[in-house]
Ligand binder design. Sequence first.
Ligand SMILES: Cc1ncc(COP(=O)(O)O)c(C=O)c1O
Length: 477
Amino acid sequence: MDLEVFIGEVADRIVAYLNAADKPGRVAEPMPYSTLSKITDLKIPLEGHGMDAVLDDMDTYLRSCVKTNRPEFMNPLWGGVSTVGLAGEIIASLTNTSMYTYELAPLATLIEHTILKRMGEIVGFEDGAGTLTTGGSNGNMLGMLCARQAMNPSSTQSGFDGRTMVAYVSSEAHYSVLMSANVIGIGHQNVVKVACDEGGCMRPSALQEEIERTRRDGGVPFCVVSTAGSTVRGAFDPLKDIGDIAHANGLWHHVDAAWGGSAMFSSKFRPLMDGVEFADSVCWDAHKMMGLPLICSAFLVKDSELLGRLCAHGEVAHYLFHEESKNVDSGRYSLQCGRRNDALKLWLAWRECGDAGWAKLVERYMELGDYLESKVQEHESLQMMSSRMWTNVCFRFSPKGYEGNLNELNSEIRSRMMQNGNFMVSRSNIGEDVVIRSVITNPKITEQTLDNFLSEITRIYEEVVRGMPSEHPYPSS
Ligand SMILES: Cc1ncc(COP(=O)(O)O)c(C=O)c1O
């Protein structure tokens, strides 16, 4: 098959996949691992099958994948896909480079610098630095590593004993802070989970108490990680108050804004992030609310030199980094060697919509969150399980007079919803309670989608409580 025909075939599949999201269909065709592995030809051949066969393999893949661009996909903190972002991803792969030196990625480097500068300005780190990372998890790790570097500048050279160093996070923080504690060498047990208020926001007074307790116990506090948009409830910690406590105690303040960072685009919701400008570092995922294809994630730091010192290991790489390009090579600010060009897709999407486009997107998502919340509140058997600050809508069935176990009921409803494949939402916990967490972060979601979602979930609920048979409203694709 010649190049043009092959690429044309691939392009047809891309267009068909994108268009299918606007037609009735299912998000997923759930199938057990064992069944999927039996019915799919996965063998790696000794002799290749050729390009025609690869197109069939693509069709097999496209048929069985979860359709994350469908409006009914409301499960993780990302969904849908920016068309321009997708085009950027394709062009970045096409031009296959690595983001360590200007020499290898000239315009990509300028684009990445532009993106990081702009994101830094939005945060309030006008003279800061940053890097695009492999995600918010690694952004949190970099934040904690910078905190370690600030407290113990020789640690990159001499190593260090982290057994007394203590970091503080909200009790609802993302699990990546534990991974970070492992990697930077303080261990899980040195992450203190600070109590939250009823809405899931870290309580500043509890933070102060925990810091004092650590000191009494002989520990060395070094870092506070706030969450701006928590994973389950979308809660924003009070950044200003927490930052004040962190700094008054000489601690680094990192803000995990992987999920909530996009609030900064909207003058209406920017106050959720008040105080971020006083933080020391921030991570912010553009692959979440901004809809860029995974991965697209920024780590931003106020003290640009500190990040450079942390990543000084590159100095020995004479085969890559040279003195004359010292000021322009992005690899000097990264823990990675080979690094994807994630800047291009973000830059293109940003050029397409401008700050105003992101603000509109955020405000529309919040409007839809309000809509879903109001429908939940109107429904006689549904109960909101948390106050709402962001687009996470956490609720559950809690019918009056129901005598069974509500956790089992809601788990069963969600599990049947997954089996049907018509909608995808997350099952999470708030305290001891199982909740259904739906998230608005997909440009295809409308009020109609949310109405359909509630009718579908109510239908399943009735089926579970009354033992009625299931009917699929949509045909199998
Ligand atoms: C609050 C928060 N921080 C960090 C992360 C990790 O981000 P990533 O998946 O980009 O590593 C998540 C993921 O959902 C998150 O919810």
